[in-house]
Design a protein around this ligand. Structure first.
Ligand SMILES: [Zn+2]
Length: 275
């Protein structure tokens, strides 16, 4: 018995310093891990959101211009001093160059959304090149500028194609973080509600200026976003503000070897399905 007690005492003495040391090390400020974003895959070329310091968002409208709905949207944006990005189809730009001119004159950005909206992931390189090049050319003829951003129809564009388009055209590939599924025409109130509920700072929001109910939703949507304190910028302005995300503060990993293999704490939660 006595023997056992003294053993315990000994053990306590042996353990104490370790405990103290452990406590001390937890209180010692540990330097933040040096972020090396993209070190493994070069500069970032695809964006669905940007990590920004202010309440900046980019509202984007695809598939236009439309003769009827786009001018209506431009009116309500102008009234509120809000800048957005239009990902246009070359075929529509060709048909309505005056609307493209107005978009640019009023401070909006024009992005390339292919010539006539095919599923590019299933097409040959030369066919994809034609889709992108024709659209660049028609926008250049109208505005004197070539788009720097590209959004693949349906978001359908392979990793290899993204890299290729970046190399060949200098494009940043722009996807989205908020999709109200407005093309399914759920009603203007629903479109506004979905965008207002899901939009956060740095997010790119998708909508379509060729659908009347979407444009009907935009006064409420934009006013609601302004009321929440968001600031509207074009996609190129938003991604220019992007900077590496600091690693979230996690408990310092134990260096004593006792830690079991823990799965990366909160890896990949969101990332909803993309059409
Ligand atoms: Zn589209």
């Amino acid at each position: 018995m006595i023997k056992f007690r003294s053993f315990l005492a000994l053990l306590a003495f042996a353990i104490l310093p370790i405990g103290a040391a452990a406590q001390y090390s937890e209180m010692t400020p540990t330097p933040a891990p040096v972020a090396a974003p993209n070190a493994h895959n070069g500069p970032r070329i695809s964006y669905s959101a940007a990590n920004v310091d202010g309440p900046y968002i980019a509202l984007t409208f695809d598939d236009g211009p439309s003769k009827t709905t786009t001018p209506r949207l431009l009116d309500l944006l102008a009234k509120r001093g809000v800048k957005v990005t239009f990902f246009v189809q070359g075929v529509n730009a060709h048909e309505f160059p005056e609307i493209i001119k107005r978009e640019v004159a009023e401070g909006h950005e024009i992005g390339n959304h292919s010539w006539d909206h095919p599923n590019l992931a299933k097409m040959s390189e030369s066919a994809v090149r034609s889709q992108l090049e024709r659209t660049q050319d028609v926008i250049f003829q109208i505005t004197g500028q070539k788009p720097k951003v590209f959004r693949p129809p349906f978001g359908s564009f392979s990793e290899k194609q993204r890299k290729w388009a970046n190399e060949q055209f200098g494009f940043k590939i722009i996807l989205w973080e908020v999709d109200p599924l407005d093309w399914k025409r759920p009603g203007s109130a629903v479109v506004a509600q979905r965008i207002l509920t899901n939009t956060k700072a740095g997010y790119i929001v998708l909508a379509h200026d060729i659908h009347a109910p979407t444009v009907d939703a935009m006064a409420e949507t934009v006013d609601g976003l302004l009321a929440k304190g968001f600031k509207f910028v074009t996609v190129s302005e938003l991604i220019a503000m992007d900077h590496p995300k600091p690693k979230p503060a996690t408990p310092a990993p134990s260096t004593t070897g006792s830690s079991s293999v823990t799965p990366a704490a909160s890896a990949a939660p969101t990332a909803a399905a993309v059409p």
